[in-house]
Write a protein that binds this ligand. Structure first.
Ligand code: F6R
Length: 241
């Protein structure tokens, strides 16, 4: 594991974008594993800038996102598909047919999960996976539990996640209670994992993920076992290390 500490959110975002851009330059048809939430927005802005100013080329790239709320369509501005279109895909030259997000409108949970695992298999796995970390240590929507999930699964969101994500909705009642998430197999089989965290509120969980016991109670702790995992933190998120 490598830990890179940057001065602030802007520097963290630049570093994350550089790692993704380097992957794309080395292998233009890379499979990019992508995340939503507040953390990656700055990195996506940097990637858009690199695309515009330096012609960073996404035309041969594939992307697969970690998760999606159950019940939200891609037109819903709270859905993760909408987020990805708005924050990245609409501004770069990726072929949207090559971008994947779980289908939130597929209410047959088994089907939704096995379809997504089949997509991941067809893509041949992920070259570089970008992750954020929840305050409870979740990665994707793999919430603290007594065992690690393996494949794509449908999860009941933890109350702390519902509370944290309520900021994106007009009221907490609107936050979906369930989500589809890639499991640990997809994440752990990624050739490179980049996990980003910013701000004092993430400092405790970042410390637990890096130094704590590897346990499904802190899902991100599994990354201690990954052969090529890079934590990119700002000073505040790294302040308890
Ligand atoms: C999002 C995701 C989540 C977030 C995590 C942190 O696709 O999978 O695990 O990365 O909840 O969210 P932010 O970045 O909003 O603090």
């Amino acid at each position: 594991m490598r830990v890179i500490v940057t001065k602030n959110y802007e520097e963290m975002s630049k570093k994350v974008a550089q790692l993704i851009a380097a992957q794309l330059l080395l292998k233009p048809n890379s499979v990019l594993g992508l995340a939503t939430g507040s953390t990656p927005i700055g990195a996506y802005k940097n990637l858009i800038d690199m695309h515009k100013a330096l012609e960073l080329d996404f035309s041969k790239a594939y992307s697969i996102n970690l998760d999606e709320y159950v019940g939200l369509s891609e037109e819903s501005d709270q859905s993760y598909r909408y987020f990805m279109n708005e924050n990245l895909f609409n501004h770069i030259n990726i072929n949207k047919d090559n971008t994947y997000v779980p289908n939130g409108l597929e209410l047959d949970e088994k089907k939704a999960c096995s379809n997504y695992d089949a997509i991941l298999e067809k893509l041949g796995g992920i070259d570089i996976q970008l992750l954020g970390i929840g305050h409870n240590g979740h990665i994707g929507f793999n919430e603290p539990s007594d065992s690690f999930s393996v494949g794509t699964n449908c999860v009941a969101l933890a109350q702390s996640t519902i509370d944290a994500n309520a900021r994106f909705f007009s009221s907490i009642d609107e936050v979906p209670r369930k989500a589809y998430t890639m499991g640990m197999a997809g994440i752990m089989q990624a050739k490179t994992v980049v996990i980003a965290a910013s701000g004092q509120a993430k400092a405790d969980i970042v410390k637990q993920a890096i130094y704590g016991k590897v346990s499904p109670e802190v899902p991100a702790s599994i990354l201690q076992l990954h052969a090529n995992c890079i934590f990119v933190l700002d000073e505040a998120a790294a302040s308890k290390l």
